[in-house]
Design a protein around this ligand. Structure first.
Ligand SMILES: *[C@@H]1O[C@H](CO)[C@@H](O)[C@H](O)[C@H]1NC(C)=O
Ligand SMILES: *[C@@H]1O[C@H](CO)[C@@H](O)[C@H](O)[C@H]1NC(C)=O
Length: 410
């Protein structure tokens, strides 16, 4: 008996001690990471969705923690904006929507000039991540690689259960992209899954040194702790390995707007066979400084990714993709029921299926153009599909999305 007790004590004591040690280490790690991410605010707001929005002085933002940006002077305006192209208005959408797109936190105040609104990261956000360091980063290898001309079948970077329904171009040099995307709240089956709709601007090779700039809307319970539709950005310069993150969750993106918070909830949301809402996103490379700028809506310039963050993209992009991505974790051995877009297939059309309209690219002369030779891609069209179209009101457009699991997608 004594021997058994002794054995128990010997085996359990180190476990208890080790456990306590790692809890306090984790606490410390969380505190340090929060201190790194959350800069001292001049003013803060509670948003109705539970977020805290901090108004941080523009020169105190996370970007300036980046070793390459230590002496960086903030550009308050792009030198050039892309010329021409189609505008984001649409007769069909005007008839079907009434309210302008806003962010929820605006109902409780605004950030003063000279500051930028930042969604505060809280301890519970970090606790949801698989590790403190991985919070705000995409899992590696989540981009569909367009088929090579030589290969009959598309080859994928995507091995980890990510599913896409996209339109893309990959036969030119691109200096930006624009799209107006329908906004929905797709249902997410598992908290570690997400559903997003976005534009990808890509350069480099897909396996090791891919440069990517991404922007759109997403529903991601693990990242934000709820099922709200949120505006987001992402960047990486090494195929999602060491560099890059969502929003301002690492240093890199330089924000100048005091109106729009990255990662904050947007509203209103489209409803099935009722009001439709969309957001317009434009990303382009400033021909003078080489920085990649982002504009939200008609004229809200959010900020830029400094040219020095990238290798390939410091020249131009070789691929532009638009569309949806979901994580299919197959937690119960079946395909996920996580929705993409509105959760409806393209065949249902306007008001029911989600759309991207007026998709455009920026050419070498800084002009917006209707893209040539747009191609589509989806891993399993019976789960999520995409269908291209073209008309005067919507230019080049497509419907995309689907319900995930259904009798044809078991
Ligand atoms: C920033 O400026 C200081 C002082 O001029 C210089 O020593 C340092 O190398 C610069 N850092 C970068 C990243 O350019
Ligand atoms: C998000 O949606 C899922 C599926 O509808 C639900 O089970 C879950 O409780 C929701 N999560 C939150 C944080 O509201």
């Amino acid at each position: 008996m004594a021997a058994v007790l002794w054995l128990l004590a010997v085996t359990l004591l180190p476990l208890c001690y080790g456990g306590r040690l790692s809890v306090s280490t984790q606490k410390l790690e969380i505190q340090n990471h929060l201190k790194q991410l959350n800069k001292p605010p001049l003013k803060s707001f509670n948003s109705p969705d539970g977020d805290i929005i901090d108004c941080v002085h523009i020169s105190s933002q996370p970007a300036f923690d980046h070793p390459l940006l230590k002496n960086h002077t903030v550009q308050m305006m792009p030198n050039y904006r892309p010329q021409g192209g189609l505008f984001g208005d649409s007769k069909a959408v005007k008839r079907k929507s009434s309210k302008p797109m806003t962010q929820m936190w605006h109902s409780n105040g605004r950030c003063p000039k000279g500051t930028i609104p930042i969604r505060r990261t809280q301890g519970q956000d970090l606790l949801r991540a698989s590790s403190v360091k991985s919070y705000g980063k995409k899992q590696q290898r989540t981009i569909p690689q367009p088929p090579k001309p030589a290969a009959p079948e598309p080859s994928f970077i995507s091995q980890s259960g990510h599913q896409h329904a996209i339109a893309y171009v990959d036969n030119d040099k691109y200096y930006g992209a624009k799209a107006t995307m329908n906004v929905w709240t797709p249902r997410i089956e598992q908290p570690n899954e997400f559903s997003l709709s976005q534009v990808w601007i890509l350069g480099g090779s897909f396996d090791s040194d891919l440069n990517s700039i991404e922007a759109g809307w997403q529903v991601s319970p693990d990242l934000y702790g709820d099922n709200n539709t949120r505006l987001f950005t992402y960047w990486t310069s090494d195929a999602y390995q060491a560099t890059g993150c969502y929003n301002l969750l690492c240093s890199g993106f330089v924000q100048i707007s005091n109106e729009v918070a990255l990662g904050a909830s947007i509203s209103p949301i489209s409803s099935y066979d009722a009001n439709q809402y969309d957001i317009t996103i434009l990303v382009w490379k400033d021909p003078k400084e080489g920085n990649w700028w982002m504009q939200f809506g008609k004229d809200q310039v959010l900020g830029y990714w400094p040219a020095m963050l990238f290798s390939y993209l410091s020249d131009s992009a070789s691929v532009v993709e638009w569309g949806g991505e979901v994580v299919n974790s197959q937690s119960d051995g079946q395909h996920t029921t996580t929705q993409m877009g509105s959760g409806r297939f393209p065949g249902e059309g306007f008001g029911k299926s989600s759309y991207f309209r007026n998709i455009q690219v920026v050419d070498g002369n800084n002009n917006l153009r209707v893209p040539k030779d747009v191609t589509t891609f989806t891993e399993q069209s019976t789960c999520y599909d995409v269908r291209l179209g073209k008309n005067d009101d919507w230019g080049s457009f497509f419907y995309y999305g689907g319900p995930g699991r259904n009798p044809d997608c078991p």
